[in-house]
Write a protein that binds this ligand. Sequence first.
Ligand SMILES: [Zn+2]
Ligand SMILES: [Zn+2]
Length: 148
Amino acid sequence: MTNDNPGHVCPYCETLNEQDAGFCRKCGVALTRRCPHCDTVNWIDDEHCTQCDAALDILEWIIRRDNLGVAGRLNEQMDEAGQIKAAETAASQARMDRMLAEERAMREALRLRLIEQRAQEKKTLTIVLSVAGVVLLIILIVALITAF
Ligand SMILES: [Zn+2]
Ligand SMILES: [Zn+2]
């Protein structure tokens, strides 16, 4: 087991760890492995046992990493799906709130418009009536004048 590396790259998550770290600081996986021949503890990135020089099966690590990678990605996707669902729920709630607010605003606007319309109608009616009154008065005056 040598310690001359600048650090050890985790075979699972590829995080660079301190050279004397026994476990990955990110995913917690052991950064050492025992030689299947002499049981010496080697760093996982050692290709050969530092004691007996037996080839350490890094392929096994790669396969395990890839399997874990798939599982990890699946978990991530599930997490993401959960987050998306939560976001969607929040979004639909927000949408609902917005729609209700819009409807309220629309009703308020309609109410104001109706009030305005009635006021306008009243004003128009008043004008029409006054004009009619004036016209009637003029006709009356003209009739009186022409009568004499
Ligand atoms: Zn790791
Ligand atoms: Zn060995």
